[in-house]
Design a protein around this ligand. Structure first.
Ligand SMILES: NC(=O)N[C@@H](CC(=O)O)C(=O)O
Ligand SMILES: [Zn+2]
Ligand SMILES: [Zn+2]
Length: 345
């Protein structure tokens, strides 16, 4: 049995860093292990234009501790008013690596998202032309649709039509939670990838609801039934290059999670590598870990892999804080409910 593994330094292809005091507190948790991350633009107000993305990147770099290296890969939040020329310029300058589609009302800070997909047609056409990926929060918001079906219905009603209407558009299905998401990627060879979070490899909907409600397991898309979790584990550990790690680490203060109407989001930045390694080890798939966390993402985004390496070793259960302190209040670290044995040395 292997108890030590050295891999190229990983990247996180879906991360929420927020701003201000929260940014200051959570950034080191990611930069400790990850070289780069795709930075989600759902601030209030959202990061819509290139100049806003440049200013946000500068705030992230200013918050980075002097002894750490980290490269934020910036994204723009697609709205019905997004200007295709501004998007193209932000991409040409090297600043912006993706555009993010939030169906309006689907998740945290998505009020400015898209309602009428015809209104973003010209931006999507431009993105297909210049090879700029679209990252998609794939859930319909129709109140008639059951929350556990929203991803599957999104694929049929929205995603597949968009892809057919915009040939060549490169799409990342973000934080997939269903076998439907896994199968859709598998069935469409070109221009399609998917991120998978650490927490969706670990929890199913029972973990949220059985024996009392667990607000720190509530995120969107919500965890589904066990057969979907198993499909995600199989996809992540398969070695298929189209699946890669996007943690969706999404900090909310405990005050905002543990309330009558708690926010959606799991905070995993602190222990992601231990969580993912534990799950890969259980599947006897440690040889696939580097692909999932360090190689497949750069391959999809057309970026070089990281030159540095990290080493993980297996031993006594890893200790990590139950909460991190932030200027806005404590944020609870994702607790899988079982010991983690792999640590980054
Ligand atoms: N995943 C979540 O539950 N929350 C994210 C938004 C998102 O990625 O959908 C957040 O910004 O808090
Ligand atoms: Zn999302
Ligand atoms: Zn997210």
């Amino acid at each position: 049995m292997t108890d030590s593994i050295t891999i190229r330094r990983p990247d996180d292809w879906h991360l929420h860093l927020r701003d201000g005091a929260m940014l200051q507190a959570v950034l080191p948790e990611t930069a400790r292990h990850f070289a780069r991350a795709i930075i989600m633009p759902n601030l209030v107000p959202p990061v819509v234009r290139g100049d806003q993305a440049a200013a946000y990147r500068d705030r992230i770099m200013a918050a980075l501790p002097a002894d750490m290296t980290f490269e934020p890969l910036m994204t723009l939040y697609l709205t019905e008013d997004t200007d295709a020329a501004d998007v193209a310029a932000a991409h040409a300058s090297g600043l912006v690596k993706a555009v993010k589609l939030y169906p309006a009302g689907a998740t945290t800070n998505s009020q400015s998202g898209v309602r009428d997909f015809d209104k973003v047609r010209s931006v999507l056409d431009k993105m297909a032309e210049i090879g700029l990926p679209l990252c998609v929060h794939g859930e319909v918001t129709d109140p008639e649709i059951d929350i556990f079906d929203r991803e599957a219905v999104f694929i049929d009603r929205v995603l597949d039509p968009i892809r057919k209407a915009t040939p060549g558009l490169r799409v990342v299905m973000e934080h997939i939670t269903t076998s439907n998401g896994v199968e859709y990627v598998k069935a469409h060879e070109a221009d399609l990838g998917a991120t998978i979070t650490a927490h969706h490899l670990i929890i199913n909907r029972n973990h949220i609801l059985v024996g009392g409600i667990k607000p720190h397991y509530y995120c969107l898309p919500v965890a589904k039934r066990e057969d979907h979790r198993l499909a995600l584990v199989a996809a992540a550990t398969s070695g298929d290059k189209r699946y890669f790690l996007g943690t969706d680490s999404a900090p909310h203060t405990d005050d905002n999670k543990e309330m009558a109407c708690g926010c959606a989001g799991c905070f995993t930045a602190t222990n992601t590598m231990s969580l993912v390694a534990e799950m890969f080890d259980r599947e006897s798939a440690m040889d696939k870990l580097e692909g999932f966390v360090s190689l497949n993402g750069p391959s999809f985004y057309g970026l070089p892999v990281n030159e540095e390496t990290i080493t993980l070793t297996k031993g006594e259960p890893v200790e990590y804080p139950t909460k991190i302190e932030t200027g806005d209040g404590p944020v609870t670290v994702f607790e899988p409910g079982f010991p983690l044995h792999w640590r980054v040395v």
